[in-house]
Design a protein around this ligand. Sequence first.
Ligand code: MEV
Length: 305
Amino acid sequence: MSGVSIGWGKVILLGEHAVVYGYPALAAALDRGVTMQAVPTPAGGPLRLDVPVWDLAVTAGALDDHHPIGRALGAIADHLGLGRPALSLVGESQIPVGAGLGSSAAMAVAVTRALLVWAKRKEDPAVIAEAAGASEGIVHGRASGVDVALALAGGIGVFRKASGLRKLALSTPLRILVAATTEPRNTADMIQRVTDATNGKKEDPRLAELGSLTDTGTTALLGGDLAGLGAAMNRAHAVLAGLGVSTPKLDILCDAARTAGAHGAKLTGAGGGGAIIAIAPREAEGAILAAWKERGVVGFQTTIR
Ligand code: MEV
């Protein structure tokens, strides 16, 4: 049995969707994610992936396989040139699946790392990013790479499709409140919804505004101005809602956080359900978590360093 490999979950503070079109996104890894272990199957058999907490059990498939995760697993193994070794990749997750917290990228990075450990190959970040990116392309279609970059590197930074992740060093750790709804959603559908709303044009003013909100919010964060960061997040949520990727429930939860004292709240990730985040003065955190709980959603606090 080989060691345990990890891919981090993530939150996007600003810039989701616009990042697909080349604008910057401010994103941070969570302090939790997906862990994976490669267990050889001495009697032989297919390359398998089991994540019991997600009720996921697939075998590596070819590109025409019906199960997207089976195809994604096959794509990772192909990318690494490993064929189909007789292995079970056994995963655990501390993040919900399909909630906008980067579970599929975390899984792809953890799978890639576990396969490299099993093959006794060195960790090469570029190789991991490409293999996990191939998986994300199958699961999400037009992915920017932001989820994979954070799942791999951890920390916080500004991601651009053209130049990758530029990590930021925070002088004070950033506390974020996160809550995942159970509304069913699909990232590829949400990316398509934004394409329909903007005719796929980068010049669309709403995408441009999301990009400039990333710049404003990042400057505010680095200057310790959490109210400024929160204001950028509130505006970003409104723009994302205008693009059609919020839901009444996400709007209600964001409003509840603001009423309970948050500097800012917004959906995070692709939207259409999934998770929300809030930045708040420390003394308001309890009231925000209670307001979410009253509305049937259990949140948690995470600290970004
Ligand atoms: C998903 O976490 C964020 C999106 O911008 C898609 C992507 O960048 O790959 C919606």
